[in-house]
Design a protein around this ligand. Structure first.
Ligand SMILES: NC(=O)c1ccc[n+]([C@@H]2O[C@H](COP(=O)([O-])OP(=O)(O)OC[C@H]3O[C@@H](n4cnc5c(N)ncnc54)[C@H](O)[C@@H]3O)[C@@H](O)[C@H]2O)c1
Length: 250
């Protein structure tokens, strides 16, 4: 059931071809938005856009680390739909390793995609978002951007960087009519996490999440229901970062 909560809005979703990005695209279209699916994965992205419907969804190729690619994606969005109201910086990769065993090249690559990609996205889209007059940027961080994350030095550094960049950008862009928030999912079932072995003991709700549960928060932040929310870092993690859920009673 849908209520047109984002009717008439235009949203660009990076990493929109699969996983959580795909789920966000489906949820936003269901609530009345037009969406641009921007990803490296052309076949999956084009198929999803075709399924969501010509005139409602468009695929554009995007490498979030490349400024020219970003400029072209923003221009294609405005060409197709006349404006850009919502930017969802969702594309990301996940690399392993502590400061001892992660490689410097993996660290740089992770920062380039997961953090610099978010910076370039806001940089490239700022003028179009300002022209919207009522815009929302949703930066997808992680619980690794709220607490330490064992054996994920690069990922945690990038995701904490997204939180800091979000709060600073909320201050810089608020006067331009652009809200900027970060969301911090815990364990979500997607292709990214398909191979991971995880226990749920640290999660008070005792389970991982379906992507649709994260999309519900994305729709809220994209909609005018959240019009006084900016600069927030919102955990959506079944309580995983609420405290130590494993400590025994004394
Ligand atoms: N799955 C989880 O448990 C979880 C938890 C917290 C945060 N996250 C974050 O959520 C976001 C989405 O994750 P997911 O689980 O859906 O992953 P996913 O791997 O299923 O999807 C990520 C998408 O990003 C795209 N992408 C990667 N590099 C790109 C680039 N350079 N340019 C453009 N697109 C690129 C991929 O092609 C893919 O479509 C990521 O930022 C991830 O860090 C995931």
């Amino acid at each position: 059931m849908t209520n047109g909560r984002v009717a008439g809005k235009v949203a660009l979703i990076t990493g929109g071809a699969r996983g959580m990005g795909e789920s966000h695209a489906r949820a936003l279209v269901a609530e009345g938005a037009n969406v641009v699916i921007a990803d490296l994965l052309e076949d999956e992205g084009r198929a999803l856009a075709a399924e969501l419907g010509e005139g409602r969804a468009l695929f554009v190729p995007l490498d979030v680390t490349d400024e020219e690619s970003w400029n072209a994606a923003v221009a294609a969005t405005v060409d197709a739909f006349g404006k850009l109201d919502v930017l969802i910086n969702n594309a990301g990769i996940f690399t392993r390793g502590s400061v001892v065993d992660a490689s410097v090249s993996d660290f740089r690559k992770t920062i380039d995609i997961d953090l610099t990609g978010v910076f370039i996205g806001m940089h490239a889209a700022a003028a179009a978002l300002e022209a919207s007059g009522n815009a929302s940027v949703i930066n997808i961080s992680s619980i690794a951007g709220l607490v330490g994350f064992k054996n994920r030095a690069a990922y945690a550094a990038a995701k904490w960087g997204v939180q800091g960049l979000t709060k600073t950008s909320a201050m810089d862009l608020g006067p331009l009519g652009i809200r900027v928030n970060s969301i911090h999912p815990g364990s979500v079932r997607t292709p990214l996490t398909a191979g991971l072995k995880r226990g749920f003991g640290q999660i008070p709700l005792g389970r991982d999440a379906d992507s649709a549960e994260i999309s519900a928060l994305v729709v809220y932040l994209a909609s005018d229901e959240s019009r006084f929310v900016t600069g927030a870092a919102i955990a959506i993690d079944g309580g995983e970062t609420a405290g130590n859920n494993l400590r025994e009673d004394a």
